[in-house]
Design a protein around this ligand. Structure first.
Ligand SMILES: N[C@@H](CCC(=O)N[C@@H](CS)C(=O)NCC(=O)O)C(=O)O
Length: 209
């Protein structure tokens, strides 16, 4: 079974959401930040999410939320698990579909969650509400959200088309982080409607309780 080391509202929310989408059982070890001293024995970096998987040939421990989304779905996809196949754009997607999927999967963390996290950390550690770093990161976010809005403007329901995938989990979490950290980004219309659709998913709601 997968054990998720979890801090509510943190990036470990992505993994809880994934497990709820797959309707697969999992164990939660929930704590807050600063993380407990004992957790450093599991992940010396002290970052969440971290997972352990005791169903693998030898016990696995790993961190980095996007890598974990790929690991959990990838293992099940190879085993023919229908839910995992759907969440990863199918077993043999076209090159273009697969490329788009991977691009947006990483976009959610590298292009959206990272600048939001940087703004939050800058504010916490410098106690400044606005400075050059924050202004720069807000500008980057605005540019990326405009790009995402254009991408969604063709009426697609999810970021890679008709099928909800782990790329949507990756991006959706960034909006949750923005809201939790009170990052003052304005979601353009198509992005705002997409965020509403994401929050309406039963698995998202179960993961958020
Ligand atoms: N890129 C990493 C970021 C992980 C990360 O920064 N997690 C934060 C919570 S969202 C954390 O663990 N902070 C506590 C710490 O670093 O001590 C991922 O996607 O998993």
């Amino acid at each position: 079974m997968i054990t998720i080391y979890h801090v509510p509202h943190s990036r470990s929310q992505r993994i809880v959401w994934l497990m709820e989408e797959m309707e697969e059982p999992y164990r939660l070890e929930t704590f807050g930040i600063p993380v407990p001293e004992d957790f450093l024995k599991v992940n010396p970096l002290g970052s969440v999410p971290t997972i352990t998987d005791d169903d693998a040939e030898a016990p696995i421990t790993m961190f980095e939320s996007i890598a974990i989304l790929l690991y959990i779905t990838g293992r099940r996809l190879v085993a023919g698990n229908e839910r995992a196949i759907a969440l990863a754009v199918g077993p043999r997607p076209s090159a273009a579909h697969y490329a788009e999927h991977l691009q947006f999967l990483h976009f959610g963390e590298a292009d959206l969650a990272t600048p939001i996290g940087t703004i939050f950390r800058t504010r916490v550690f410098t106690k400044e509400q606005s400075n050059n770093t924050i202004a720069d990161q807000l500008g980057q976010l605005e540019k990326r959200l405009t790009f995402l809005d254009n991408h969604l403007s063709d009426g697609r329901e999810w970021v890679t088309g008709e099928r909800f995938t782990i790329a949507d989990i990756s991006i959706g979490y960034a909006f949750l982080l923005a809201s939790f950290t009170r990052c003052e980004i304005a979601l353009p219309d198509h992005v705002a409607a997409y965020w509403q659709r994401l929050q309406a998913r039963p698995a998202y709601k179960r993961a958020s309780t």
